[in-house]
Design a protein around this ligand. Sequence first.
Ligand code: FES
Length: 189
Amino acid sequence: MTEKEPPEPTSGESPDDPQRRDFIKQAASVCVGGAVGAVPIAAGVAVYLDPLDKEATGSQRVKVTSLDGLPDDGRPRKFSIYADKKDAWTTFPKSPVGAVYIMRTGEKALKVLNVVCPHAGCFVDYIARDDEFFCPCHDSSFKKDGNIKSAHSPSPRPLDELKYEIDESGAVWVEFMNFLAGQKEKVPV
Ligand code: FES
């Protein structure tokens, strides 16, 4: 959107004219409002995971699957994560807050990766043919262990690994959290 320039002073209107001052104030507030509104758009798809406020952020321990639900051959399987989400007034129980890939790396050892691409927040896909994760937004590619595969990948860091726990019944619990996109370091949000 292009912003209107304040009108040049015309005859009978000095820079100190009260009407002109009001107009400039209004124009400035529109500019500031536009800039603030642009931030969530630039933050990309990751905002979808945390659209309302900070109470929706932080780690949440979530029961995701069982060991039996994971392929023996180490292929990653994708799971949506549902957890309680809050804004300033309301709690939304069992709402979608993101997704993870989980794969076996040993009899009772797993790797859990957040599906969000650390570049700008798109979701990565697992491409079985190439045994890699691929981000369709700007072509970042990651090895199955989450590390960056191609030197041309724009992602500043590997896929974000998450902690997990397998309880005595074989249930897999994930410490789910999201991280800031576009940073070399993992910064929780
Ligand atoms: S968001 Fe994944 S490569 Fe840009």
